[in-house]
Design a protein around this ligand. Structure first.
Ligand SMILES: Cc1cc2nc3c(=O)[nH]c(=O)nc-3n(C[C@H](O)[C@H](O)[C@H](O)COP(=O)(O)O)c2cc1C
Ligand code: SF4
Length: 396
């Protein structure tokens, strides 16, 4: 049953424009200070502190800076940003505008997932209204020296283009391949200018923090993972859809709310996340425990875990950009290993080698795709030993 109810979300209680007005009454330093107090961390997956990113970009001397909203949402099992884009885009635009004021940017770009093309004209209509209302363009809200424009640019369906440096390459019209870091986008981003890239949801919480207060946000969740979060819930549970929960919720509590208590495992964080077995359902969803950008895939007791791993590895073999060897070759080797296990042709010794390969990929791959693509395979092998070892080739 699909049960997304946007009226129950905090975003529905926050009036667009209110947080923006409060923020623009403050200095850029005070804006970043309030974000620090709230403890906001990126909602795109990595959980990087938003204030630190903004502070670094604010410190760059450059007449042209960019605010980029990552609306690529390509992680399998993630669809919460689509709900924000369709229902609360003004909060997202408010957040981008506050960020622009904080770092001294005059241009904003929303990098919209190719599959969300149907939302483009709707979002451009919203931007046109904002221009008419003085919320965009020259002297935003009559603030001297603050000009800010936002445009929508389309992605073309590559998962890797959600990685911020590949996204910037794609925006520049290049092949969407991750860059070496450093330099980081806050120093050298879009067209060589300081650029912050934040997730749709991260920007959308910003005006809520200014409307309801940094303390309000900080008092929810755990010490290291504050605030509320949207979760895209799919798989073997009674209720599918987008739900808002506080950070720090345990997997057990979350499963109770979505009628998924009989689950055998949860893939937290999409295909690139970790597969958490039922014995660990007391663990919390938090950056310091089980991290997730919001994808929760519930795996029921009947599921074949090798099939689950195969599904994810097929995705990564398709989506690896092929630039570096550990990821390009490693994903293909892990998938081949899964197929060998399925056919009873994989020895215990070879399975151990595959696990070592996965660990090497985590360390040696150039970007987050190859660094995280072995997570599901490795966690399934380690948490479902009986199920996986039973499929290895019998010793002679
Ligand atoms: C392969 C890959 C795909 C990614 N896809 C997305 C995405 O679709 N949306 C997103 O916000 N972040 C994505 N990220 C994370 C971004 O690189 C970046 O960390 C994020 O946009 C920063 O925003 P935040 O700090 O607000 O989370 C991806 C990372 C990798 C490695
Ligand atoms: S890790 Fe994979 S996606 Fe990232 S640069 Fe290397 S080949 Fe490309």
């Amino acid at each position: 049953m699909r049960t997304t109810d946007t009226s129950k979300m905090t975003f529905a209680t926050v009036e667009p424009g209110v947080g923006l007005k409060k923020a623009l009454a403050l200095s850029p330093e005070e804006i970043i200070g309030l974000i620090s107090e709230s403890g906001l961390k990126g909602r795109g997956g990595a959980g990087f502190p938003t204030d630190i990113k903004w502070k670094l970009a604010a410190g760059m001397e450059n007449p042209l800076k960019y605010v980029v909203c990552n609306a690529d949402e390509g992680e399998p099992g993630t669809f919460k940003d689509r709900v924000i884009l369709a229902n609360f885009s003004d909060l997202m635009f408010d957040g981008m505008t506050i960020a622009a004021r904080a770092i001294g940017a005059s241009k904003g770009i929303v990098y919209l997932r190719g599959e969300y093309t149907y939302l483009r004209s709707f979002l451009e209509g919203k931007l046109a209204t904002r221009r008419e209302e003085g919320l965009l363009g020259e002297r935003v809200l009559d603030l001297d020296g603050f000009d800010f424009e936002i445009e929508i640019r389309m992605g073309a369906g590559a998962y890797v283009c959600g990685e911020e440096t590949a996204l910037i390459e794609s925006l520049e019209g290049q092949r969407g391949e991750p860059r070496n870091r450093p330099p980081f986008p806050v120093n050298t981003g879009f067209m060589g200018h300081p650029t912050i890239v934040n997730n749709v949801e991260t920007f959308s919480w910003v005006p809520c923090i200014f409307t309801k207060g940094a303390k309000w946000f900080h008092d929810i969740g755990t010490e290291k993972s504050t605030g509320l979060k949207l979760f895209s819930v799919s798989g073997d549970c009674g209720k599918h859809g987008v739900f808002e929960f506080p950070m720090g919720i345990t997997l057990k509590e979350l499963l109770e709310k979505v009628d998924g208590t009989g689950a055998k495992a949860v893939q937290a964080g999409g295909a690139s996340g970790h597969c958490v077995p039922a014995s660990d359902f007391d663990r919390t969803i938090a950056f310091e425990d089980v991290p997730t950008g919001g994808s929760i895939i519930v795996i029921g007791p009947e599921r074949d875990m090798l099939k689950v791993a195969e599904n994810f590895m097929e995705f990564f073999v398709d989506e690896s950009c092929g630039q570096c060897t550990p990821c390009r070759e490693g994903n293909a080797k892990l998938l081949e290993g899964i197929e060998m296990l399925q056919q009873g042709r994989c020895s215990m010794a070879y399975l151990r080698e595959l696990c070592a390969l996965g660990e090497t990929m985590q360390l040696a791959s150039k970007c987050g795709l190859g660094q995280s693509s072995p997570n599901a395979f490795l966690s399934i092998v380690s948490n479902f030993k009986d199920e996986i070892m039973g499929r290895t080739e019998p010793a002679l």
